[in-house]
Design a protein around this ligand. Structure first.
Ligand SMILES: *Cc1c(COP(=O)(O)O)cnc(C)c1O
Length: 356
């Protein structure tokens, strides 16, 4: 166990009614923090009161965006705080770190810090249906320097936010616009990292889609605008003629290797449902729609878990999926993963990790 310093808070917040708050609006009493410099490496891991940070106006992250993050969730099994696939999320931080030239973080240091923080804040884990404690680890460059180069100093933090079920009004299908004008990431770019830059690149297209009445954008590959990539905060999966088909994070390298995506593929295979990762073009999806074999479309991501897609719009034409209703497979998958989250379904995959 890493030695983690603890600085006690003097004031404690009142806990909100989680069913009445939006995503990411409230934060707990404590956060985890540590620093990096070339001499000491990652050092001084500590749990401190949640508070504002002080930084130079020349902070390199503000100017050049050398930063990464992740997102995972904690639940309670009885009295015990647990985290879903913590190991996989922490390992992904180092995958993102490598892409952004951020010094890798020793796994034990992250893991001990995360588990200790969750243990300290376990009373903040909400237990209502679909609720959880959202965990946001992040790293950013901290040099006070306006020159363009890889930073020499960094900060690693973990903050926590209680969140309600993603779907305030039940598990509702979303409308998605297939983006054929803007691109999010290209092969050889930052698409495989969880980094703010990819979000910055997606905001405008998201706004345009919203104005047209769509919830989110489905990105196509940046070169040919032909192959399906992902939704930008979710991976995307298609059920065509009994088979789950989804773009491959490993082959495509411009999309995020989502942990919910891995979970869905592992469970589908366990159920005996054929599930493959391969390139899939928007034309293939439209063709499946036309010949009646496109059964379901859904997104996967930590925030929403499963997000059924009720309609796709592509080149001005709307394609209603499964009559605009939640598909049977999407519903079953959502219920199963949620069941593992809250401990109602046995975790035969070893996804659940105790935090204390
Ligand atoms: C976080 C994220 C996802 C979903 O990943 P999970 O590990 O399932 O939460 C998908 N795409 C992008 C770009 C993301 O940032």
């Amino acid at each position: 166990m890493a030695e983690i310093r603890f600085e006690k808070a003097n004031n404690f917040k009142e806990k909100p009614d989680v069913s009445k708050i939006g995503f990411g609006t409230h934060f707990t009493d404590y956060m985890f923090e540590m620093d990096y410099n070339e001499k000491e490496g990652w050092h001084d891991p500590r749990i401190v009161p949640f508070r504002n940070l002080e930084m130079s106006p020349a902070n390199t992250t503000i100017h050049y965006g050398q930063a990464i993050f992740d997102g995972l969730k904690a639940y309670k099994h009885g009295d015990k705080p647990v985290i879903f696939r913590a190991k996989d999320h922490l390992n992904r931080i180092n995958v993102s770190a490598k892409i952004l030239d951020i010094p890798e973080v020793p796994f034990e240091l992250m893991n001990d810090g995360l588990k200790k923080l969750i243990a300290v804040e376990k009373d903040w884990i909400p237990t209502g249906k679909g609720q959880s404690l959202y965990i946001r680890p992040f790293i950013f460059a901290d040099d006070p320097y306006l020159g363009v180069r890889v930073s020499k100093t960094y900060k690693f933090l973990i903050i926590l936010s209680p969140v309600a079920a993603y779907y305030a009004h039940g598990f509702a299908p979303v409308k998605i616009m297939v983006e054929d004008q803007y691109v999010r990431a290209v092969r050889g770019g930052l698409g495989a990292a969880k980094t703010p830059a990819n979000y910055a690149a997606s905001l405008h297209a998201g706004l345009v889609a919203h104005d047209k009445g769509y919830d989110q954008v489905l990105w196509l590959d940046g070169v040919e605008r032909k192959y399906i990539e992902e939704v930008g905060s979710m991976n995307i999966l298609f059920k065509i003629n009994g088979e789950v088909i989804t773009p491959s994070p490993k082959l495509q390298n411009s999309i995020l290797d989502g942990i919910t995506h891995r979970t869905v593929m592992e469970i589908a295979k366990d159920w005996g449902v054929p599930a493959v990762e391969r390139k899939i073009s928007i034309d293939e999806v439209i063709q499946a729609y036309e010949n009646g074999t496109l059964e379901e479309v859904f997104g996967s991501g930590t925030a929403a878990v499963i997000s059924p897609v009720g309609s796709l719009i592509y080149k001005g034409k709307e394609y209603i999926i499964n009559g605009g209703k939640v598909g049977e497979f999407s519903q079953k998958m959502y219920d199963y993963i949620e069941g593992i989250h809250i401990g109602e379904i046995p975790d035969k995959f070893g996804y659940i990790e105790a935090a204390e």
